[in-house]
Design a protein around this ligand. Structure first.
Ligand SMILES: Cc1ncc(COP(=O)(O)O)c(C=O)c1O
Length: 396
């Protein structure tokens, strides 16, 4: 697919007030297809945090039956999506607040398939006490730590679950087994250091990261298989084993025990996802800011623009200038609270009032900054769809 040019997008949006965000549905649909291809025969669960837009979640589910269910990120969001009409919701992170668990249990009582995440006795007891009061059996998923510890004290991965070994998993299983109101239906292991860490550029640091990734993939495939074997020997009713993310599909699908993969960021293909050797998706979501002054010949200052991604502070968390080609941020200013200067060394004629298009580093977070996405198909705007914010929702 040939990518649209700056001039094409500028023409498409010439009557739209800036700033605005948009989703190019031609690219989005192509990404849905290529992610399906990358996932092989595994089912795909959609990570809602990386989209934050009900219309686009629904669009993916409608496109192909290999997409089954959502991985949600907090209890109020899960309840919201359940009431919106979505089903098969795996809450990817633990909930502890009793009133939030109660709201989830009430949805389950209505017949919705919602699975809660646990990795400790405290999680299980908290859910069990509420499930019992409502006389509901709640499905839970055991989150298994997928980080690797290497020589020299390198912790390669993230700090999430307290369960790392088959023995630790079995201890949690023993507690679940004693709770008639809890059913263990899944195991999840998210290999963040593979899925969320690209290493495309041939730098020394990336060579080291690639080496560590290789080692870590081998180790965690064995760990996941061992945990799944231990649990299934005691609990043959396990329904699913979830793994991966956009950046790890190639390795996660090689694991036989994995029944489904989770994908989110690849649909928008935000800035950080340009940095992978293994795949390339199309830049489906971007936002536009308006040039409002020109302090020097090649510097265009725009209104707004300061949407920095979460996580450890670093310049990779800044948005990337997208179109026109030849734009760059200024190191001393980055993207500003209300103004963003752009250095431009390209060949398009730019004037006050013109847009500069940027892409957020992470995928779903842009939905917290805009109430709507304009949808583009071919060379025209075909609609305007709300983000969570546009539906009046602000979760976490
Ligand atoms: C538990 C879990 N699974 C999967 C993912 C993958 O999401 P994405 O495809 O957006 O990188 C994430 C992202 O952080 C996650 O936390």
């Amino acid at each position: 697919m040939t990518l649209k040019t700056y001039e094409q997008y500028r023409e498409i949006f010439k009557f739209i007030e800036k700033p605005f965000a948009f989703v190019d549905l031609d690219y989005f649909d192509a990404n849905v297809q290529s992610i399906k291809n990358r996932a092989g025969s595994k089912k795909i669960r959609i990570a809602t945090k990386s989209l934050r837009c009900t219309h686009l979640l629904q669009r993916i589910l409608n496109q192909d039956a290999q997409y089954q269910g959502l991985m949600t990120y907090c209890a109020p969001e899960t309840v919201y999506l359940s009431r919106w009409g979505f089903d098969n919701l795996l809450l990817g992170y633990p909930v502890y607040d009793p009133s939030q668990i109660e709201d989830l249990v009430k949805e389950i009582q209505k017949g919705k398939k919602i699975t809660l995440m646990v990795d400790s006795e405290a999680h299980i007891r908290q859910i069990a006490s509420i499930a019992e009061a409502y006389q509901v059996v709640v499905s839970v998923c055991l989150d298994v730590d997928m980080s690797s510890d290497f020589w020299g004290g390198i912790h390669f991965g993230v700090y999430r679950s307290s369960v790392k070994t088959p023995e630790q998993a079995l201890k949690v299983w023993e507690i679940i087994k004693q709770q008639p109101s809890i059913r263990l239906s899944g195991i999840m292991g998210y290999e963040a250091q593979i899925a969320g860490l690209g290493a495309k550029k041939p730098t020394l640091m990336n060579q080291l990261i690639r080496f560590l990734k290789k080692r870590s993939i081998q180790e965690l495939a064995k760990r996941r298989a061992a945990v799944v074997a231990a649990i299934t020997s005691q609990n043959p009713d396990l329904e699913f084993v979830n793994g991966g993310g956009t950046g790890s599909l190639e390795s996660t699908i090689l694991e036989k025990v994995v029944s489904e993969v989770t994908v989110g960021s690849g649909f928008y293909s935000s800035g950080l996802f340009d940095n992978y050797l293994e795949f390339k998706h199309l830049p489906a979501v971007a936002y536009a800011i308006e040039i409002v002054r020109q302090p020097q010949t090649n510097i265009y200052t725009c209104a707004g623009g300061g949407y920095v991604a979460s996580g450890a502070v670093g310049k990779e968390k800044l948005p990337s200038p997208y179109l026109p080609w030849g734009c760059a941020l200024i190191a001393n200013e980055g993207v500003g609270e209300v103004q963003t200067p752009i250095v431009y060394q390209g060949s398009s004629e730019l004037q006050l009032g013109d847009p500069i298009f940027l892409r957020h580093a992470k995928a779903g977070e842009i939905g917290e900054r805009f109430t709507h996405f304009y949808t583009v198909e071919g060379e025209r705007i075909t609609g305007k769809i709300p983000t969570y914010r546009g539906e009046g929702q602000c979760f976490i």
